[in-house]
Every structure is written in C-alpha cells, then in structure tokens.
Design a binder for this molecule. Structure first.
Ligand SMILES: *Cc1c(COP(=O)(O)O)cnc(C)c1O
Ligand code: SF4
Length: 411
C-alpha cells in the first residue's frame, strides 16, 4: 500500500491541497515481521496504524517483551528489580525499532530497564532542576519572567528510562501533584490569567498528547481565552514513541488555536522512521513548527558521528534542533550521564560543520534555569578580540574595530 496523502485521506479539509513533500518516504507502513527466534502474533495494518491500539497493547511485562526482543539476564534482573519502583511501558511501535538481539541498541536502552537505574549515584536527586520549588499551583511551574510550564499529566506512552522528571512520570510512588485534582485545571488557569506577564505557556508532563483530543482542546482553548497568553507550546515525545498519535484530527484541532508550537525529543537517528517523518510533516502542514530537544546520553548518542547524523536527519525531515541537554544527575538516571567535556567535543564537531540552524544549544538545566554551556569562539585579550573558527584557526581583530564597552571598564 502506498502512502501518498491523498490516498490516505490525510489532506485537511478546507485547506489547499499541498503536494506530498518531496523528501517524504513512500515506504509502506509495515506491520513488522517477527525476527528469527521470536514469536509474535500477526498485527493487522489497520491496528498498527491506530495509536489507541498501541496504547492498549503496550509492553509492560517480560512475556510481552519477549515477543519483540531477546531479553538478557541483566535486563530481566533490572525489570524485576525496578518493578514496584519505576513504571515500565513500551508501545509496540517503539519496540519495533529495537534491535531484538543487541542490548546496547540505542532505542532499547531508552525503553528497557537497566541495572544502573537501581544504583544510588552520589549527589543524585529526584528534582535537581527545582521544578517543585518553582511550582505555583498544582501544575504551573513559574521560573522565568514571561513563561511557564504546565505539567498537565504524569502519563507517557513509553516511560523513558532517562526521563528528567523520572520521579513525576515513572516512579510508582512519585508525582509532583500533591492532591489529586482530577481533570480540574481551574486554579492553574487562574494563576496564568492573574499573571499577565506570562505570554508563553508550555504544556508538558508527562506527555500532554496522552490526553484524548477533546480534553486537550479544552485545556488549549482555555489558555487561548486568556488574552495575555500569546504562544502555546507543547512538549511531546509522541512523534518518536508513537507517531500514529499525530492524526489529522489532532493537528486540525491544534491549528484552531494558533500560534501553537511543538517540541519533540529525538535522541538517535534510528528513531527517524517513515512514520515519524509523516507525523512531523502533518504537524508542519498544519502550521505547527516542530523543534527537537535531545538529551546527551552515555552509550546512546554520546559520539559525534551519531549526533551529527541525528541533526542532519532532523533537518531533512524539517525539524529544527533546539536544545542539547546535558544529562542531569536525576535519581535512577545517573548511569546515562556523560562528562561536560564529551558534550563540548560534540558541539565543536557540529558548530560550523553543519548549518547554524542544525546546531542545538548545549544547556545544563539547574535551579537557576537552563544555562548555555557551549564553549565560546571568542576571547578578549590585551591585543583585541580573538576569534576562532570551527577548524581552530584564529584571528585577531583589534579594539578599534570592535571596541571594549566603556561602561564596563574594559578588560
Ligand atoms: C524549560 C523550561 C521553560 C521553557 O524554556 P525555554 O528556554 O523557553 O524553552 C520554562 N519554564 C521552565 C520551568 C522550564 O524548565
Ligand atoms: S515521554 Fe518525556 S516526560 Fe515521558 S518519560 Fe519520556 S522523557 Fe519523560
């Protein structure tokens, strides 16, 4: 079956018919066949393309996981050891991207528990970035002057092992929500309305797209009704974990409340598939810009080649790289941390080597906010400003051309 948009009935009604993007793969959406040695029930294509089916059929135990991968004894120990402590859930779609035989597979490591998450690492905290400290209502975290995040859920389609809010999303006993307010957002919306300096609201969680479209529209339209709210942003990993969620109906609904932006979370080129590409294309065709936030993860993407491919592949599918997060020392996540030097090495290999808008900003999230930690390409010296390019070549431009600001007293 070919997947041109017209044949799929994907064209939004009432908008001009766009030709399918030239870069879009026409690879048929397959229900993946079971690899040798693995036994898996046949999955009709109709079910494979239905996100609700994937949500119902999520892998949450060893028996189901064995249909997709050959578990190692360490993985089985980690699954048993984390049971009752951390949630575990993988969509069949994301499981289909895993290497069935290689436990080091970058997709697998993001989704299957590892023994490392049971270790207590020095200095690890459940909330090193201080979300809880800046929480003004049950769901609103107000840390920066003009914008807030709204933690609208704790549910996710896959519980990423490296989640920075692991305590909130994945820990069985954890949640930032003190009281169960159900689906009542009154207090949160009131806070935003009473603070007109908030012009930018980022819906996050958990994954906001875990909600059904109707409830999501209720939240988005309530925000849209607040005159001081200019842009609405959504942080969602569905384009990566279950791209079938990005339906035409969802996109059309969001498009009714523009300006809406979406940032997703690709960590490895393996995650860029025909399905995810189509999800991104659909968002873009509805006028929703798509950005990406990657986490630097040991053993998953902590090498230049992988990261450079990831960034150029994102550009190919028209996703704009936004942040590269240094992995925080979060309880249960510490085994994924790299050194900051590793991050610098990767940034040096991106900056100037690929187009500027393919280079994310390398940041470390702290209680003080997100701190850009890339190395500078310039320094002041007594002779003037020294500039360096991506090859390490330097030049001096003198102070007459780029004078030192007088008010700052110079060097
Ligand atoms: C990340 C974050 C934001 C959004 O930051 P941007 O740099 O604008 O993307 C807002 N509030 C909090 C608490 C955050 O952690
Ligand atoms: S989807 Fe996002 S919020 Fe949910 S577990 Fe993964 S990283 Fe965390």
């Amino acid at each position: 079956m070919s997947h041109t948009f017209a044949a799929n009935g994907d064209t939004p009604s009432g908008t001009p018919t766009d030709p399918p993007s030239a870069t879009l793969s026409s690879t048929p959406t397959g229900t993946p066949a079971a690899p040798p040695g693995l036994v898996r029930p046949e999955i009709p294509e109709e079910q494979w393309n239905d996100w609700r089916w994937h949500m119902r059929k999520r892998i949450t135990d060893v028996a189901k996981a064995r249909q997709w991968i050959r578990l190692t004894s360490d993985e089985e120990k980690a699954i048993a050891g984390s049971a009752g402590k951390y949630r575990w859930s993988v969509t069949p779609y994301y499981a289909s991207l895993m290497d069935p035989y290689d436990p080091d597979c970058p997709v697998r490591q993001q989704a299957v528990p590892a023994l490392g998450e049971l270790l207590e690492h020095t200095g690890a905290e459940v909330d090193p970035v201080g979300d809880m400290f800046y929480r003004k209502t049950n769901r609103v975290v107000h840390k920066y002057p003009d914008r807030v995040i709204m933690l609208i859920t704790e549910a996710c389609p896959v519980y990423c092992r490296h989640c920075t809010r692991k305590f909130h999303t994945t820990a069985v006993d954890g949640t930032y929500f003190e009281k169960n307010e159900g689906e009542d957002f009154t207090e949160d919306l009131r806070y935003i309305a009473e603070h007109p300096e908030i012009r930018d609201v980022l819906l996050t969680g958990g994954d906001p797209l875990s909600y059904r479209d109707g409830k999501l529209e209720e939240i988005v339209s309530s925000l849209r009704a607040i005159p001081s709210v200019e842009i609405i942003r959504i942080g969602s990993r569905f384009p990566v974990l279950l791209p079938q969620r990005i339906t035409d109906e969802l996109c059309a609904m969001l498009a009714r409340h523009h300006p809406v932006w979406l940032n997703t979370h690709f960590n490895h080129p393996k995650e860029i598939t025909p399905e995810s590409e189509r999800a991104v294309d659909r968002l873009l065709r509805h006028g929703i810009p798509v950005g990406n936030q990657t986490v630097l993860l040991r053993g998953i993407n902590d090498d230049l080649e992988t990261m450079r491919t990831l960034m150029t592949e994102l550009l190919r599918i028209r996703v704009r790289p936004y942040y590269l997060y240094h992995c925080d020392n979060v309880t249960g996540v510490s085994h994924f941390m790299t050194s900051v030097e590793k991050g610098w090495e990767i940034m040096e290999g991106l900056q100037g080597h690929i187009t500027g808008f393919g280079v994310p900003q390398y940041v470390l999230t702290t209680r003080l906010g997100k701190i850009p930690i890339s190395q500078p390409y310039h320094r002041r010296t007594p002779e003037g400003l020294v500039l360096r390019n991506y090859k390490g070549e330097e030049m001096l431009v003198d102070d007459a051309a780029y004078p030192v600001a007088e008010t700052e007293g110079g060097r």
